[in-house]
Ligand binder design. Structure first.
Ligand code: ZN
Length: 150
């Protein structure tokens, strides 16, 4: 299983160095985050949002989470604005951290994967489910067709 059962989400997200993808069951939109535990303070986690093409390094810091009081502290640009004007990636992470023990049924949480062909990090729900990145999926499919039907 690549999509996380809701009872497993908390331990995955707070494991210390997680890359996690959230998908809305309503809109299908998905967002990827990195959630890193502080080296000394184990109640403190830093949250980064994927903002570019490279899912190994294009992350921006968006806030931190304190496990001792379940408090999500966003960077100032997101702290004061209403939910409606909040970017969807921020809204999604707020939704996740609202209650890690009771994840909303419309929220799909995916652990990151690795491409079975080239080993690259996979962070979109489609690629995670397939086990291949888009290019490798095509190549693997072509190879399969060639071997079996030519
Ligand atoms: Zn690949």
């Amino acid at each position: 299983m690549i999509e996380l059962e809701h009872k497993r989400v908390k331990s995955y997200v707070l494991a210390g160095n997680a890359t996690v993808t959230l998908q809305s069951g309503k809109t299908g939109k998905h967002f990827t985050y990195r959630i890193k535990k502080h080296k000394e303070n184990h109640d403190l986690y830093f949250i980064y949002s994927l903002v570019g093409e490279d899912n190994t390094k294009d992350y921006r810091y968006i806030g931190c989470y304190f496990t001792d009081n379940n408090y999500l502290h966003l960077v100032s640009q997101y702290r004061s604005i209403s939910d409606i004007s909040c970017p969807p990636s921020i809204r999604a992470i707020k939704f996740l951290f609202k209650d890690l023990d009771n994840i909303h049924e419309q929220l799909h949480v995916f652990q990151s994967g690795r491409c079975a062909r080239c080993g690259r990090l996979l962070t979109t729900p489609e690629s995670i489910k397939r086990g291949f990145g888009p290019e490798c999926e095509l190549m693997a499919m072509e190879k399969f067709l060639e071997e079996n039907y030519s």
